[in-house]
Design a protein around this ligand. Structure first.
Ligand SMILES: [Zn+2]
Length: 155
């Protein structure tokens, strides 16, 4: 049985904690496979372009990003390199409903993570995709886009 998670909204404590690293042995556990699937489903259902585990109340370093290849689970993601150049884009977050703001992000990043099969990945992202990854990794450190946004608007 798959499920759609409830989204934790601001102000909630789980959105403000630093999330714990995932032990790689643990991802072989079938519960994790179910979690990956359900988080992807939840993200799509809520029309999100990304979803971080703290947003469903789990303080572990796991994000789902809707990449060009479709919803992708990224375990223990880190940013290895960031461009000096930045881009400003309008962001929102399903954990901060009906709120938008302009956030400055690194235009290009090199990032790495462990995929759901336990493989190490190192990739480059730019523009919108890079911004989404930065937004989601911020969630793992208890940071919300409203902490960084300018011109915050309520819809
Ligand atoms: Zn968010």
């Amino acid at each position: 049985m798959s499920k759609i998670y409830n989204i934790v909204t601001h102000p909630a404590e789980s959105l403000r904690k630093r999330s714990e690293e995932i032990n790689i042995q643990d991802i072989r556990n079938p519960d994790f496979l179910v979690l990956f699937k359900d988080m992807k489903k939840t993200m799509l259902k809520k029309d999100g372009v990304g979803l971080a585990a703290p947003q469903i109340g789990k303080n572990i370093r796991l994000i789902i990003v809707n990449t060009y290849d479709g919803p992708t689970a990224m375990i223990n993601p880190i940013i290895n390199k960031k461009s000096w150049a930045k881009v400003i884009g309008e962001e929102g977050c399903i954990s901060v409903p009906n709120t938008f703001g302009d956030v400055s992000r690194h235009k290009k990043i090199i990032y790495s993570y462990i995929d759901e099969k336990g493989r190490n990945k190192k990739l480059e992202a730019k523009d919108m995709e890079a911004s989404i990854i930065q937004h989601e990794i911020d969630h793992l450190d208890g940071i919300l886009f409203i902490d960084k946004a300018k011109n915050i608007k309520k819809a």
